[in-house]
Structure formats: C-alpha cells, structure tokens
Design a protein around this ligand. Structure first.
Ligand SMILES: [Zn+2]
Length: 430
C-alpha cells in the first residue's frame, strides 16, 4: 500500500502526541500574540499559552464558531500580516455571514502535502492523470487537489464544472486515471457515459476521490459498478484548508485525519462536554500547522465518531466515521451548504410575507433533488391559479440562481408538512 509520507503517517501514538503538543504550543503562542480575538478570550479565562502542558489542556480553551469568524470579517482572525498571505478564499459567499480565509506560502505547501497523502494512498503516482471536476472559484475546493497532485508529479486537468459531455470526452481522450469530484458529478458522468455509449472498460479511469457532500455506501457501489473503478471519500472544510482534512484509505473503513496538522475532539453539541473515543458527537478541530488562519477548537457542525485503533493499511492516524449529518439545520446538497434561513430570506423578499416552508431533499435516480414546499397563504394568491404559477416560476428562478443549480418549488395546502421541521432529508446514507 502506497504512502506519501510513511514516517509521519505510521508513527506511534507517543510520537504523534509529542508533535501535537509542540505544534499546539507554537500555534497558541502565535495566535495570542497576533489575533485580538484569541488574546481576549484567553485573558477572560486567565489562560496563557505556556499554561498548556499537555494536549488534553486544550479542553480549558473556549470553542470558536463560524459566527466568531464572520464577526471578524475580513482579516481580524489572520495571524500574519497580509503581505505574507498569498491566497484568499471564502468559506461562504453569503454576505450575511461572510468568512474569508488566508494562506501563506507554507500553508499552500502543507495543503498540498495533505492532498498528496490522500492521492498516494489510493495509488496515484506521477504516471497518473488527475481530472479535477470541482468548481475553481472563491471557495477552496479544487485548488489544494491541484497542488497535491502536482507535488506527486501527476498530470492535472483543471476541468472545473464543465458539462458532463465535455468531461467524458476529456476523460476518454486525455486518458484520465483519477477523477476528483462530488458524488453527484460522478453519477452524472456515469449516466453520460451510458448515453454516449462510452465503454468504461476502454477508459483508463481507475479511481474516484469524492467529497463535498454526504454520500452513502449504496451510492459508492453504484458509482464503482457503473464506472468500473474504486471510489473513496474525502472530507474538508474551507475554514481548515479545504479538502484533505480527512480521507479514506483503500480499507474504506473511516477517514484518516492528518494528526500532525489537526487535533480532533468529539463533543456533545448540547452540553459541550468532551466525549470519549467511539462516541457520536460534533467534530471539533484545532489546526496546529496553519500559519495565516489557525483555528483553536473550531466547531465543525459535523457529527461523527473517532476511532484510534490502528488501521489495516498501517497508518496510525485516527479515523473518523463518514459524515452524513450536521448538528444544526445546515444541509449539504450538491456540494453546497444551505440553511433554512437563507431560503427564508429569498422567499420573504419575493412574497413580502413570513413564509411557512420546508426544504425536502430526496434522491431521484441516485441524484439529490431539493424541493421547496411553501404553504399556500394570503401572499401566495391562493385563489388565482395564474398568479400562483407566475409566483412559482419566480421563486424557482430566484432560488435556483441563489444556489447555482436547479430546485423544485411546490405550493402545498397548510398542514401538508410539520411546520416546526424546516428540513426533511429523505436521503438514505447506508
Ligand atoms: Zn487506513
């Protein structure tokens, strides 16, 4: 089984903890000195960086949330001057809660290292051709994948989100061996291959690394059998580099977290108590290598469990279970995180009222679909069919435009859904 950095990836637990302690101490010193927010919250609890004697002392520190990050928009969470930042990305392009993240040159190298480990684990070498079918834009998505693949020396195709027909032609003509995309795109490509009568056995494609949205074991089997490949999961957050935070090795039994770059914890999202290994809870991550934008005890909002048992692949870094669920009402669909509040704002703007609605997510032909159910009321012209149709069309257009992909909008009678439940996710992640 291939390793990119075998010494680090297979070190024993005391060595990992020693690296974590040293990197955490250095990170705390840096943020205390350079980031007003951390200085303030550390002083509030009378904590100085040198008070951290063991990695478990991290429990004394407060959590940081996405709300804290957007309150410090744009640059107040940066731990280095802007002249040392070589890249800026946004974790959310919603300007109600904007979050901007920065990378120094060494952060970009670290990010590439994380991705190179992921790619090497699934067999990518300099002989491979990596097609990146993630949108190149203000969010981090594919940029780290590109750096990591180039560190390995593979040939990178920065395909971005082009139409499926073009993707399949490039895949065939360029002899792509590795696809990096969302599971939704992989399914779309497999369907397009059938439509174009492209035989997967005649392609060079061997493997797909898929992430940015939850996907099930049955979706994995479907993609693997349709495309005649293996497929593994990858996990990341723009607030913490992006893709490459954790990823599946070929054992497909949990996602390894690079413990020399991150210190993971699991907490009860209600009581905020730290939970023992194996418990299901919210993943909290501390970045211990990042220079420009280090985060201490960042609440990811993702529910998972941690397993510290050694993996059959030989790696010693802990594994998290695949993530299917968020702690709050955030729902991830087609690689986009959506909250009911965002949709509520669009609905209110158009209808001029306080709409009662539910976001229903279901799968049709293995593809995720979002249906916005809106209760009929005075402002939905309940007695005029023509005006209702115009309203549905406008809602459809504006919400689809806001999200960047197509949604369905339905007007329904009051009582059709539980109005206390803003999200009904009918996808099955098993
Ligand atoms: Zn493994």
């Amino acid at each position: 089984m291939a390793f990119w950095n075998e010494k680090i990836e297979c070190m024993d637990r005391p060595e990992i903890e020693q690296i974590q302690l040293e990197n955490l101490q250095a990170t705390l010193n840096r943020v205390y000195k350079n980031v007003r927010h951390y200085r303030k919250v550390f002083r509030e609890i009378d904590f100085m960086p040198e008070d951290l004697q063991h990695i478990s002392d991290i429990k004394k520190l407060p959590f940081i949330s996405r709300r804290d990050l957007s309150l410090n928009y744009p640059y107040d969470m940066f731990a280095v001057p802007l002249r040392e930042v070589v890249r800026l990305h946004m974790a959310s392009i919603n300007f109600d809660d904007p979050i901007v993240v920065g990378f120094t040159r060494s952060d970009i190298t670290s990010w590439g290292e994380l991705i190179a480990r992921n790619l090497a684990a699934v067999g990518v070498t300099k002989d491979d051709v990596v097609q990146i079918a993630l949108t190149f834009g203000i969010t981090t998505g594919p940029f780290g994948v590109q750096v990591g693949a180039e560190q390995i020396g593979a040939s990178v195709i920065p395909m971005s989100a082009r139409k499926f027909e073009d993707q399949v032609k490039i895949m065939r003509d360029f002899r792509t061996t590795t696809l990096v995309s969302t599971p939704t795109v992989a399914i779309g490509l497999s369907q397009m291959m059938e439509e174009m009568d492209v035989d997967p056995n005649k392609l060079a494609l061997k493997h797909a690394i898929l992430g940015s949205e939850p996907w099930s074991e049955s979706t994995r089997s479907h993609i693997e059998s349709k495309m005649h490949i293996t497929a593994t999961d990858t996990y990341g957050l723009t607030e913490l580099f992006g893709p490459g935070v954790a990823w599946e090795c070929p054992a497909k039994n949990g996602l390894h977290i690079a413990e020399d770059h991150f210190l993971p914890e699991i907490i009860d999202p209600v009581t905020l108590e730290t939970l023992p290994p194996g418990s299901l809870g919210e993943l909290v991550l501390t970045s211990i290598s990042k220079q420009a934008f280090p985060l201490i005890r960042f609440r990811t909002g993702d529910l998972t469990r941690i397993d510290y048992a050694p993996c059959t692949c030989g790696r010693t870094h802990c594994r998290i279970a695949r993530i299917f669920q968020k702690c709050d009402d955030v729902v991830v669909i087609k690689g986009t995180s959506i909250t009911p509040e965002q949709i509520s704002r669009v609905l209110s703007k158009i209808t001029g009222g306080q709409p009662v609605f539910q976001l229903m997510i279901e799968q049709v032909d293995k593809l995720d679909q979002l249906i916005v159910l809106l209760e009929i009321s005075d402002f939905t012209f309940f007695d005029e069919m023509k005006k209702q149709n115009i309203l549905i069309e406008r809602l459809h257009r504006e919400i689809s435009e806001f999200l960047g992909w197509d949604v369905t909008v339905k007007l329904v009678e009051p009582g059709t859904f539980d109005s206390n439940r803003k999200v009904l996710d009918k996808r099955i992640f098993k």
